[in-house]
Design a protein around this ligand. Structure first.
Ligand SMILES: [Zn+2]
Length: 111
C-alpha cells in the first residue's frame, strides 16, 4: 500500500540552540468561532463539553516550543497552505545540503 511521507518540520531556531526536543508545527488563527455544548444543573453548575472551533483567519505558522514564526523570503508570515508546503520543501533541501557539507567536513577531518 502506498503511504505518504510526512514532511518533517525541523525548527531552525530549536536546531540552532541544539534543543533536543523539537517543536511541532502549529497554525495560529484568530477570529475563530468556538462552539461549546453546555449542560446547566439545578444547583447552578455548568458542565462544558468538547469545544469545536469553526474557521478563523489564519495569521501565522509557528514552532510549538520556541514560537519561531515561519516567514517567506520577503519577510511576510507564511499563511497559505501552499506557502507552508514550499517552506517545508525548501528547508528540507537546505538541511540535506548542510548534511552533505558536514559529511565532507567529517571526511576531511578523518584523512
Ligand atoms: Zn522551535
Amino acid at each position: 500500500m502506498y503511504s505518504k511521507k510526512e514532511l518533517e518540520f525541523d525548527c531552525p531556531n530549536c536546531r540552532e540552540n541544539s534543543t533536543i526536543v523539537r517543536g511541532e508545527l502549529e497554525e495560529v488563527a484568530t477570529d475563530a468561532v468556538v462552539v461549546t455544548p453546555i449542560k446547566v444543573f439545578e444547583d447552578g453548575e455548568f458542565q462544558y463539553g468538547d469545544e469545536e472551533s469553526l474557521a478563523g483567519v489564519i495569521r501565522k505558522h509557528q514552532c510549538s516550543i520556541c514560537g519561531y514564526v515561519l516567514r517567506k523570503k520577503n519577510g511576510d508570515f507564511v499563511v497559505e497552505q501552499h506557502e507552508v508546503f514550499e517552506w517545508l520543501k525548501e528547508h528540507e533541501r537546505e538541511r540535506r545540503e548542510e548534511g552533505e557539507c558536514n559529511q565532507t567536513r567529517r571526511r576531511i577531518l578523518t584523512i
